[in-house]
Design a protein around this ligand. Structure first.
Ligand SMILES: Cc1cc2nc3c(=O)[nH]c(=O)nc-3n(C[C@H](O)[C@H](O)[C@H](O)COP(=O)(O)O)c2cc1C
Length: 375
């Protein structure tokens, strides 16, 4: 499934792939929790690449908008600047490779390919939940992409619910350290945990634990969903608890109810996966409502963004950065060059929006009023 033919591996990838992935343990079905976590990670990649796990009825909400075309931009397209700053660090484009994976040989290859393209284009990047690296320290290297991405805004990742299952400040510090991360993403995934086999479903008292972690960590904390969205009311609570930024990860893209439904070992879980396949708040709605409530919170749009036009619309609606997961996964599974092609296309699409709306920077686009609701 993951192509790694030598001609497709770039020079940097070769340098970054000087890891002995062969020495990692084989992934077998087992009741050992860390092996179970590894097996889950492998399933997630396989299911996302092979099955239809996209939302069907619920959309990301961006189809309700369009940009006003400008027939005479009075700009040189080559001078358009799509760089921006997020959490104090410069990025070459308003793009985030959303949190996805780590913890298996295949996941390590994907992470290093993603890191190489992130470094080349100065994109922000997240890795998947690093719980497996705490459980099995020898797997930390499948996440440790900083050596390939020295200038990149890198986000560590942990399920917030783990704070109710023996994880605390020490584990958060450990996973930040593995990545030399600029920030920690705590993801919120009650629907996914409800459908997952032996999911962690005790979310009681979590806001206070998030508050404790935010108080003590040396890096900012980002609260993120996984594809069901964050409402303005919840964003306000999370911000009051000390979270620095929000990634809405709204509905309209990859459906984690579907993914977990595909993995499900019993009919009840499969049924839940089907019933809740289209559950959630569309990405566009989350962005609009959170931005209306909090004018200055660093805000990431993600969930169903599939091209640079989606990215530009999300920025015009009030996001500062836009994350894509599935498109980067598909390209990474193919090759390093497929990833470079994807990044080139996204950059060209965002640039074209700015040019054809007469804006020379993302900041201009945000304040231009060129995004309108379709009639
Ligand atoms: C294979 C895969 C694994 C994922 N694992 C994680 C994870 O560990 N932590 C997390 O916060 N989000 C995870 N996600 C969710 C994505 O970050 C994203 O929020 C979601 O897929 C919606 O974005 P999309 O529609 O662009 O795919 C994963 C997504 C994919 C495709």
């Amino acid at each position: 499934m993951i192509s790694s033919s030598p001609d497709k591996i770039t020079q940097t990838e070769k340098i970054c792939n000087q890891h002995n992935f062969e020495s990692y343990p084989a992934v077998n079905a087992s009741t050992n929790p860390s092996i179970a976590t590894q097996s889950r990670k492998a399933d997630h990649i396989r299911i996302c690449l092979e099955e239809d796990v996209q939302f069907h009825q619920t959309t990301n909400g961006l189809e309700r908008y369009r940009f006003t075309h400008c027939c005479l931009p009075e700009l040189d397209r080559n001078e358009i600047d799509i760089s921006t700053t997020f959490l104090g660090k410069r990025v070459g484009a308003p793009l985030l490779i959303s949190s996805m994976t780590g913890g298996t040989e295949q996941a390590g290859i994907i992470n290093y390919r993603l890191a190489e393209v992130a470094q080349h284009y100065k994109l922000a990047m997240g890795v998947g939940s690093q719980r497996v690296a705490v459980e099995k320290p020898q797997l930390a290297d499948t996440f440790a992409v900083r050596k390939c991405a020295p200038d990149v805004l890198l986000f560590a990742n942990l399920g917030a619910v783990q704070l109710n299952y023996d994880y605390g400040l020490d584990q958060c510090l450990r996973i930040i350290d593995i990545l030399e991360a600029d920030a920690l993403i705590l993801h919120l995934n009650p629907l996914q945990e409800s459908i997952q086999t032996r999911g962690d479903t005790n979310f009681k008292g979590l806001l206070d634990k998030i508050y404790q972690v935010c108080q003590k960590l040396p890096v900012p904390v980002i609260a993120k969903e996984v594809g069901n969205g964050i409402s303005a009311a919840m964003a306000e609570k999370l911000i009051a608890a000390g979270v620095t930024a929000i990634d809405v990860a709204g509905a309209g893209g990859t459906s984690w109810a579907k993914v977990e439904g595909e993995r499900a070992s019993n009919p009840l879980q499969r049924r839940l996966g089907t019933t809740f396949a289209d559950w959630g708040l569309p990405t566009a709605e989350c962005i609009r409502s959170i931005r209306a409530a909090k004018s200055d919170i660093p805000l990431i749009a993600s969930g169903g963004l599939r091209n640079g036009l989606d990215v530009a619309m999300a920025i015009a609606l009030g996001a500062d950065l836009a994350g894509l997961a599935m498109p980067f996964l598909q390209a990474a599974a193919e090759s390093g060059s497929a990833l470079h092609n994807l990044a080139e296309v996204l950059v060209a699409e965002i640039t074209t929006v700015l040019f054809c709306t007469g804006n020379s920077t993302l900041n201009d686009l945000k304040h231009s009023g060129t995004l309108e609701q379709r009639q």
